[in-house]
Design a protein around this ligand. Structure first.
Ligand SMILES: Nc1ncnc2c1ncn2[C@@H]1O[C@H](COP(=O)(O)OP(=O)(O)OP(=O)(O)O)[C@@H](O)[C@H]1O
Ligand SMILES: [Mg+2]
Length: 267
């Protein structure tokens, strides 16, 4: 579904993305991790042609981002900016959502149906002004205006930063439901607990290079990779790395079960 082949990208003199190659299958859920400035936002913009590789090729659904118009790619790849205010540009939620559908040249009747459906799903009053709403609400408006176009691939750049727990879970429930229905999700995040709960695979970036793309559980206990990328493992994974016999434990629930089994006690 998505192929990066020897991809390099430079803003100025030096390569920011350094010769990256990988493949992502349809329906996957990949978390992109790395410390500040590692190149996560840059790589995520290469997925949908906002940025084009300086050398190498990015192919999505068989379309090379260098030779495909960005508007054609936008039909297949939805992109949620790190900051929703970089995305929202209309005075009402309804206009914002309709604008997304216009960008992919959706037919009027279909657009109106889709818009009503998504407003209902998110519980939005379409006549409200996004800028009178909270940051979490604006994040949801930005997300709604992307998923209304039903993209095959969803790129999310830190979708939950600055949100409270309830808002974060609401966004993640919507995203994981889309993934369950077959949408491929690429999510940049700093939140290791979210990675543990939702990601199937993890791609780790460090200084513009890809350190690894592998199954989530295997990366979460790969000390060498995490240390090189200056990342802390999630708490339970970190704790269980220090005990023999706890190698397969990653979550609180798994930890409780294991302790119960070991001690013969109710926990
Ligand atoms: N428009 C730009 N022009 C020049 N350099 C840039 C531009 N955008 C990013 N960079 C540089 O490219 C490198 C990677 O930046 P990028 O924003 O991709 O990192 P990131 O991993 O998303 O970081 P963060 O966790 O802070 O969001 C950084 O050194 C950054 O300063
Ligand atoms: Mg970033």
């Amino acid at each position: 579904m998505i192929d990066f082949k020897n991809v390099c990208f430079r803003y100025e003199n030096e390569d920011t993305i350094k010769n990256i190659s990988f493949h992502i299958d349809k329906g996957d859920f990949v978390a992109v991790l790395g410390s500040n400035g590692a190149g996560k936002t840059t790589i995520s913009k290469l997925f949908n042609g906002i940025l084009k590789p300086t050398s190498g090729d990015v192919t999505v659904n068989g379309m090379n981002t260098k030779t495909t118009r960005t508007s054609a790619l936008a039909k297949h790849v939805g992109f949620l900016f790190q900051n929703p205010d970089r995305q929202i540009c209309k005075n009402t939620i309804r206009e914002e959502i309709m604008f997304s559908l216009e960008c992919i040249k959706a037919e009027k009747k279909y657009a109106e149906n889709q818009c009503s459906k998504i407003l209902k799903e998110f519980g939005f009053d379409g006549s409200r002004d996004p800028y009178t709403m909270s940051r979490g609400e604006r994040q949801k408006i930005a997300l709604a205006s992307i998923i209304v176009t039903e993209p095959d691939v969803l790129i999310l750049d830190e979708p939950t930063t600055g949100l409270d727990y309830a808002e974060c879970m609401q966004i993640m429930r919507i995203v994981s439901e889309m993934n369950r229905k077959g949408t491929t999700v690429i999510m940049v995040t700093h939140d290791m607990e979210l990675v543990l709960d939702f990601a199937k695979k993890v791609l780790v970036m460090n200084d513009g290079q890809m350190l690894i793309l592998d199954e989530m559980r295997s990366v979460m206990k790969n000390r060498e990779v995490l240390q090189t990328a200056r990342l802390l493992p999630p708490q339970i994974a970190d704790l269980t790395m220090r005990f023999d016999g706890f190698e397969k434990i990653y979550t609180h629930d798994e930890m409780l079960l294991k302790l119960k089994e070991r001690t013969g006690q109710r926990v």
